[in-house]
Design a protein around this ligand. Structure first.
Ligand SMILES: Cc1ncc(COP(=O)(O)O)c(C=O)c1O
Length: 372
């Protein structure tokens, strides 16, 4: 083996390297919060909201303590609840469906396309008189096919709640992820491209009244210190997390650029192998929260790469409709064949911004050797 294939350890993420890159800025910001003691509702929260609004080109950003709460509170603001249906893909992180369950509505699954995003034709077929919203998920950082989805929403007078948890900074037809639908819901989980030092999230909307309502709902439904307008929850983003996210928002374009560069190298390095890598459409700018390939020999390949020190993951091994918690929805195996087939074939390669060109050639060389 040449130098490029001598055994190394390549992790799926590298949060310590991220900290080293930002140590001085983070430590100074954290110290400021402790000095002031403005742990909740500090100035940094409002500043972050304004900076996110400018970055995304949207009028209203409400920070929250998770992406899951962003989905829940978007549906609360739309008064979606028992008896209502929300259409969503079954191959997402469980949070999208969990949020629908949390507001007491019914998730209606629509199968996906080869690129893992929801199939607009399946969404159209799933619309009933009880449908209130479509919740597309921009899985892997690639945006769902929003033009046909928005057309379906207009025809049937439905809200669109974009699950943009994995797609901050992605665009489709010149528009930022999260700003096309009624709401865009984002996660700032530590493994996301724009990541807090713990849980965090935010919701964006062009509707001022809905934004104001979510602001109330994130703080017990209080309209001032003592009057409760409606029952809410506690879902404020901590000032510490806002400080971290303000720093990381400044670095986000570079993070995205480095991840895209990694994927470009993967595309060359893996070319010709029996691996399906969804092509990029001209209409989209993909930020590669994850880099997912599809192969019939997934388990063997994962094992081989692990033996060579390369950590890969599977997003997600169990489709949501086959989760034990979803049994009452009555979908057996075979209900959503594209999703189920992908669950057996998908493999997520490391794509984080700290990989070197030589790390990626090492991974590609090992994949090539596996298929040789
Ligand atoms: C597609 C998707 N939706 C929703 C969420 C929920 O975000 P959070 O973990 O911040 O609640 C996540 C991430 O965890 C996600 O990947």
């Amino acid at each position: 083996m040449d130098a490029d294939t001598a055994l190394r350890r390549i992790g799926y993420v590298n949060l310590p390297a991220q900290f080293e890159e930002e140590r001085a800025e983070i430590m100074q910001a954290v110290e400021g919060v402790f000095r002031r003691g403005d742990f909740i509702g500090g100035e940094a929260v409002g500043k972050l909201e304004a900076e996110l609004a400018a970055y995304l080109g949207t009028p209203h950003v409400v920070t929250l303590n998770s992406g899951t709460d962003a989905l829940i509170l978007a549906m609360r603001a739309l008064d979606i609840g028992p008896g209502d249906e929300v259409i969503t893909p079954p191959n997402s992180f469980v949070a999208s469906t969990a949020a629908i369950m949390a507001v007491g509505a019914t998730p209606i699954f629509a199968d996906v396309l080869p690129d893992q995003n929801v199939d607009p034709a399946a969404v159209e077929a799933a619309v009933t008189p009880r449908t209130r919203a479509i919740m597309p998920v921009h899985l892997t950082g690639r945006m769902a096919d929003m033009n046909p989805l928005m057309a379906i929403a207009r025809t049937h007078d439905l809200a669109v709640i974009e699950d943009s948890a994995q797609a901050v900074g992605s665009t489709y037809d010149g528009r930022m992820s999260g700003t096309i639908g009624t709401f865009g819901c984002f996660s700032a989980h530590p493994l996301k491209n724009l990541n807090a030092a713990g849980d965090g999230g935010f919701v964006v909307t062009a509707d001022a009244e809905m934004a104001a309502r979510i602001r109330r709902l994130r703080n017990h439904g209080l309209i001032n210190r003592s009057d409760v307008q409606e029952w809410g929850l506690v879902s404020r983003l901590d000032t510490l997390q806002a400080e971290v996210l303000r720093i990381r928002l400044r670095h986000l374009p570079s993070v995205i650029e480095r991840r895209r560069r990694n994927v470009a190298q993967y595309r060359d390095g893996l070319a010709g192998l029996p691996l399906f890598v969804p092509p990029c459409r001209d209409i989209e700018f993909n930020t590669f929260h994850t880099f997912v390939v599809q192969t019939d020999r997934r388990d063997e390949l994962q094992k081989r790469l692990a033996g060579r020190g390369i950590e890969t993951t599977i997003h997600y091994p169990v489709p949501i409709h086959l989760q034990p918690a979803a049994a009452h929805l009555g979908h057996g195996r075979g209900a959503f064949p594209v999703t189920e087939r992908q669950a057996e074939r998908i493999l997520t390669f490391p794509v984080n911004q700290f990989l070197s060109a030589s790390d990626i050639s090492y991974i590609c060389a090992n994949a090539r050797e596996f298929f040789a």
